[in-house]
Design a protein around this ligand. Structure first.
Ligand SMILES: Nc1ncnc2c1ncn2[C@@H]1O[C@H](COP(=O)(O)OP(=O)(O)OP(=O)(O)O)[C@@H](O)[C@H]1O
Length: 239
């Protein structure tokens, strides 16, 4: 399979606001693709139409060569939404255990897998606490740990590092890189521009389209700037 994600000419309006005006995007196996764009440009909408959570008005969206939603494929995808979908009255451990069982991880393997993902996000000492008492950053970390369960073939992460300290961010990026070197693909949205330097390909979402798609190095060369942030600003016409 050439592309794990393939979006062709995807269009989406909400009422009379056209948010996506013909989005083309692909994610190849083992690649980390960063989707960046101004607030409100439609990054989450791209993700939701990819995963079949929003129905597009036109165009096609395929994951692993299939249209979503598709129950069978869902267990191969780790998705982290922008807002946390957690059971706040339950402990971190029980949340992880619930999602681990949803993903079909066998009971005898769950404990070690839960401890592994909790360690990646530094939550191993907070697992017995109820999630309702977690800080915002801790909830983001727990959501990310849930997405990482069972080393999915595809990770789709919507702003995963908001509210996460720089040191832990580095640790998380190490884990994402490890996953991708083992063949997993990752589509990630971010506002943190130094994270956009770490991806394999950057997709610039502007005016409802992917205006540019290239490696960070090529993008910087093309716009003759020193950072992805400046390339982004130049593409936006702000530099
Ligand atoms: N379900 C919906 N109903 C109506 N409007 C929506 C809906 N979902 C998104 N929108 C609108 O579509 C636009 C794009 O939203 P989206 O959340 O995709 O942007 P984003 O690039 O992810 O933004 P941010 O970076 O701020 O998270 C916004 O103007 C938003 O108000």
């Amino acid at each position: 399979m050439k592309n794990v994600i393939l979006l062709e000419n995807v269009k989406k309006s909400f009422g009379n606001q056209q948010v996506l005006r013909g989005v083309n995007l692909h994610v190849e196996p083992g690649k980390i693709v960063g989707l960046i764009g101004p607030s409100g440009s439609g990054k989450s909408t791209v993700i939701k139409t990819t995963l079949g959570m929003e129905v597009s008005d036109a165009g096609s969206a395929e994951v692993f060569g299939r249209k979503l939603p598709n129950r069978k494929l869902l267990s191969d995808i780790g998705y982290m939404a922008q807002s946390d979908a957690l059971y706040t009255s339950l402990s971190g451990y029980t949340n992880l255990d619930f999602f681990a069982s949803m993903k079909g991880i066998k009971k005898q393997n769950r404990k070690s897998e839960i401890n592994r993902v909790a360690k990646v996000v530094n939550l191993e000492n907070d697992l017995s606490k109820p999630v309702g008492g977690y800080s915002g950053g801790m909830m983001r970390r727990l959501s990310l740990a849930i997405a990482l369960l069972d080393n999915p073939q595809l990770l789709v992460l919507d702003e995963p590092t908001v509210g996460i300290d720089p040191a832990l961010r580095l640790q998380i990026w190490d884990e994402l890189r490890k996953l991708s070197s083992n063949g997993s693909s990752i589509l990630i949205t971010t506002h943190v521009m130094d994270e956009a330097e770490k991806v394999d390909e950057v997709a610039l979402l502007l005016e409802g389209k992917v205006m540019d798609y290239d490696t960070p190095t090529e993008l910087k060369a093309k716009y003759n700037v020193k950072s992805v942030e400046d390339a982004f600003l130049k593409a936006e016409g702000e530099l």
